[in-house]
Design a protein around this ligand. Structure first.
Ligand SMILES: NC(=O)c1ccc[n+]([C@@H]2O[C@H](COP(=O)([O-])OP(=O)(O)OC[C@H]3O[C@@H](n4cnc5c(N)ncnc54)[C@H](OP(=O)(O)O)[C@@H]3O)[C@@H](O)[C@H]2O)c1
Length: 225
């Protein structure tokens, strides 16, 4: 993709989403920085826009405003650390509502816009936990695995429409989501954002941003044997 990009990044007010928005901006894109509370968007040069990915009316309203989008970045996410058998069912549903149905809601509204604008790309922020499913993160892992399947299915469906779909897999990043993890086990989200946008614009199907994700991916063929 070499033409002028107009991107929308969900959850762009902090963490990886803010870095993804900054990276796209640095490459000359127009960037809609979508957030539940757009007043918390503090990146100069972006266009803040209200968007709660779990609220269909909010997603429709954003799509009505951002009709020039050619690149969608589904980044917004939550981590409740709910265990599947003992965690609050509301938390387990929130994970699925956010990572799976939220990503789907936004994609259903914005893919027709990208198509109308001549094609483009979608980046879905997944996780190493789409592949590795420890019981301590059961709800999150199941939701990311569902989002991984969604990503693969959309990639095949959208290729003939000139819309490329990338998945980003990463382990621990230094963001609010995993503030309880020691710093030395986390990577800088700015580095992840750079790899992600390189991979997306380079047409990669799967962007694997850190060593942990590479190791887990390599082990998939021997898992459960
Ligand atoms: N941090 C990690 O180690 C890690 C590793 C692998 C993958 N990931 C994934 O990376 C993505 C970004 O996470 P992060 O680490 O940057 O976490 P973060 O710092 O906690 O940021 C999460 C972002 O998602 C937004 N969000 C949550 N629910 C939303 C909703 N319903 N509608 C709109 N926005 C919503 C939050 O908005 P508010 O400010 O309104 O809450 C915030 O902007 C997520 O998909 C996460 O699962 C993170």
């Amino acid at each position: 993709m070499t033409e002028q990009i107009t991107a929308l990044v969900t959850g762009a007010n902090r963490g990886l989403g803010r870095q993804l928005a900054a990276e796209l901006l640095a490459r000359g894109a127009k960037v809609y920085a979508a957030a539940r509370r757009p007043e918390t968007v503090d990146l100069p040069g972006v266009v803040p826009i209200q968007l709660d990915i779990t609220d269909p009316a909010s997603v429709r309203a954003a799509a009505a405003i951002a009709g020039d989008v050619t690149v969608l970045v589904n980044n917004a996410g939550v981590s409740t650390q709910a265990a599947l058998l003992t965690g609050p069912i509301e938390d387990i549903r929130l994970e699925m509502e956010t990572h799976y149905f939220g990503t789907l809601n936004v994609s259903r509204e914005f893919v027709p816009i990208i198509e109308k604008n001549g094609g483009g790309a979608v980046l879905n922020v997944l996780s190493v936990l789409a592949w590795y499913h420890p019981p301590t993160s059961g709800a999150y892992s199941a939701a990311k695995a569902a989002a991984w399947a969604l990503t693969d299915a959309l990639r095949t469906e959208l290729a003939p429409k000139g819309i490329h779909v990338s998945a980003l897999h990463v382990g621990y990043m230094d963001t609010d989501m995993v503030s309880y993890i020691p710093a030395e086990q986390k990577i800088d989200p700015a580095l992840v954002a750079r790899q992600a946008i390189d991979g997306l614009l380079g047409g990669q199907a799967e962007i694997i941003a850190d060593e942990l994700s590479r190791q887990v991916k390599a082990g998939l063929s021997t898992a459960n044997s």
